[in-house]
Design a protein around this ligand. Structure first.
Ligand SMILES: Cc1cc2nc3c(=O)[nH]c(=O)nc-3n(C[C@H](O)[C@H](O)[C@H](O)COP(=O)(O)OP(=O)(O)OC[C@H]3O[C@@H](n4cnc5c(N)ncnc54)[C@H](O)[C@@H]3O)c2cc1C
Length: 602
């Protein structure tokens, strides 16, 4: 940015009648001036009720004042609104349907859910553009929310205007999609377009259950599509199909100048690249996404069970054996998901696979299970097993014991969430960290180092080792596609992402049952730090996944994006030079105060 010229323009402003800014159109004005401090409702410059009313009219009456989730309970604890909130507080779809809803109920010493002043429930890109223009012209703190699953709390902020995409939830399948402007360069392929307010369950239902194909999304079905893609996005079968960002073919996005753009590999390719993993709420508001679809494998399956070692020595042996087994049998495009390595010397297996029959999945695991079962004096094993079934039924709700349906009146029949995600609904986080494990640690000569580090770290906290969130072991095509995204290139050299986290649910501010023991929570946070430190000894600077990471990560630019950060910074300056879009530890956020209200002097 030509900073010196810009400042000179500002310096002569008072000399011009009505100010130089008054001579410019609203868009040019925004880009000619140094960013202003954001305005709060207590400031005299806060838009008048008449201005808000005009915006409301422009967007078809879809502007509302926002109340916190449990505000009604303070006034009328037995009133219908409070009872409704209590009854539904464990339902992620209900939370997502509230303008103030956040799936995470806050994070110790980091953030607490805070309702925006107003929410604009956008119906289309024009509504979004109206909201963006209003925020820019009035120096408002702008927030964007889709599925509301940000761990870092980046889709809520006090005294802000929220652009809320929830109502844009149309899903369209294409047999032969080609991006606008790409007609002469790229062959049409099967795809799915989705409004930015859809959650993955909407796509899995349309693409897989109904359509018999596959789209790469996230593991949690209530995560929003736009948030996941912009974070990078891993699902259980990412080792086979790559990240969600890799599958993006096109996006409709409204940028800070209020322009509705359709971007892809042929039009605004720099912005398109940034949307693929450069972080949500940073480059514009996505209103529609188109993602490639894949042939659906015949089978999805997995392996599960729990193995408890009766001594530290036996547990170390178990970890070592599992790493060897993983490297020999599971380090390939078929296998993903996780194992937990716990302080109580327990290895909990919760792996998933694609493209293997029941017999093949069972045979893969037989040698490992045999080894465990051969030593009952060392290992107590329960529910060990592996197998597979119809891939098409994977996300079917009816008769699926893993699914909890949304039974509210009028809820879509396909809306359900996975039992395994229930503990995360309304969780108040005590701490959270993640790091990628480089594939070099799987080499025979390094396996002991890795084993010892995992054991040492697990003395402090349970480790969740996600093999689907590191792409090493995937096909060359998947790796090449990931390299075409803004996600930290470390992801292609990592065989897993370790997540260490803890918290308690349900713990929303205002919910009467919320009683957080702060001292215990701080001890938890400290233990998470200690566990992560042990792992960073063998994987220093290995990177961390932006969407599932530590709020307090001080090296976030390099940890989240590696060498891609400087390019992302330049794209941010090009499309949002005044920093209208701000999120905690998002690209360009170093120019702002922590709350995103005050531009910092450079
Ligand atoms: C319970 C749970 C499970 C998860 N599981 C997985 C998983 O399996 N795999 C994985 O990779 N990640 C997972 N995540 C992380 C998740 O991918 C990210 O938090 C993601 O950004 C959430 O998107 P969202 O739309 O639901 O959330 P939001 O909070 O609405 O948005 C997240 C960020 O994206 C921005 N954003 C949202 N919509 C738009 C838009 N239309 N245009 C521009 N910016 C937008 C927001 O401003 C915010 O900064 C999980 C998170 C939770 C809480």
């Amino acid at each position: 940015m030509k900073r010196r010229n810009l400042l000179r323009t500002v310096a002569v402003l008072p000399l011009l009648p009505g100010g130089f800014a008054a001579m410019l159109g609203p868009v040019a004005r925004a880009f000619a001036l140094r960013p202003n401090r954001r305005v709060r409702p207590s400031d005299s410059a806060w838009p008048s009720p008449a201005s808000w009313a005009k915006l409301n009219e422009t967007v078809g009456g879809n502007l509302t004042q926002v109340r916190s989730l449990f505000e009604s309970c303070a006034k009328e604890p037995n009133g219908p609104a409070c009872l409704d909130a209590h009854n539904n507080s464990g339902n992620p779809y209900w939370i997502g349907d509230q303008p103030a809803g956040t799936e995470t109920a806050g994070w110790l010493d980091a953030w607490a859910p805070a309702p925006s002043a107003y929410a604009l429930k956008a119906r289309n890109a024009s509504d979004v553009a109206a909201g963006i223009n209003f925020a820019r012209e009035n120096d408002l703190r702008l927030v964007v929310k889709g599925g509301g699953h940000s761990y870092l709390g980046t889709s809520n902020a006090p005294d802000s205007l929220l652009i809320w995409t929830r109502a844009m939830n149309q899903v369209t399948l294409h047999d032969a999609f080609v991006g606008k402007g790409c007609e002469d360069h790229i062959a049409p392929i099967p795809a799915v377009s989705a409004g930015a307010g859809t959650v993955w369950m909407d796509l899995y239902t349309a693409v897989t259950t109904q359509g018999g194909r596959y789209v790469q999304g996230g593991g949690c079905m209530t995560v929003g599509v736009a948030g996941l893609v912009q974070g990078g996005g891993f699902g259980e079968f990412s080792k086979g199909f790559g990240t969600a960002a890799s599958g993006l073919l096109e996006a409709e996005v409204v940028t800070a100048d209020g322009r509705v753009r359709v971007v892809n590999a042929c039009v605004d390719p720099d912005l398109f690249w940034a949307l693929k993993g450069g972080g949500g709420g940073t480059f514009g508001v996505i209103t529609r996404l188109t993602l490639r679809t894949h042939d659906l494998p015949e089978f999805f399956g997995g392996a599960g069970g729990t193995i408890r070692a009766n001594s530290d020595a036996a547990f170390t042996q178990l970890i070592a054996r599992f790493i060897r087994f993983y490297h020999e049998k599971l380090f390939n495009p078929h296998w993903g998901e996780q194992v937990h390595i716990g302080p109580d010397n327990t290895l909990e297996i919760s792996m998933q696979c694609q493209g293997l029959s029941h017999a093949e999945a069972a045979e893969t695991w037989r040698p490992f299970f045999d080894w465990v079962n051969a030593s009952p004096e060392k290992f107590a094993a329960s529910r060990l097993g592996a197998g597979a079934g119809s891939a098409r039924n994977h996300w079917a709700v009816h008769g699926n014991p893993n699914m909890i349906p949304d039974t509210r009146e009028g809820a879509p029949k396909h809306h359900a969430w996975n039992r395994g995600n229930q503990g995360e609904v309304g969780i108040f986080l005590h701490g959270y960290d993640s790091l990628w494990l480089p594939v070099s640690l799987l080499q025979a000569s390094q396996q002991k180092l890795l084993t010892d580090a995992l054991f040492a770290a697990s003395r402090h906290k349970m480790l969740r080792v996600f093999f689907n969130k590191g792409l090493a072991g995937a096909s060359p095509m998947v790796l090449a596609a990931a390299r075409q995204t803004a996600t930290n290139p470390a992801v292609v050299d990592a065989f897993a992402l370790v997540i260490i986290a803890d918290g308690e649910a349900l713990a929303y501010p205002g919910l009467t049952s919320t009683k957080v023991d702060l001292a215990a929570a701080r001890t938890d946070a400290h233990d998470i730090d200690l566990a992560a430190m042990e792992l960073r000894k063998v994987a220093p600077n290995s990177g961390s996944y932006v969407a599932e990471s530590n709020y307090f990560n001080s090296s976030w630019q390099s940890e989240y994006w590696g060498k891609n950060y400087s390019r992302l910074r330049a794209i941010k300056a090009k499309y949002d030079s005044t920093g209208l879009f701000f999120v905690h530890h998002g690209v360009g956020s170093e120019d702002w105060s922590d709350d995103g209200f005050t531009p910092l002097a450079k």
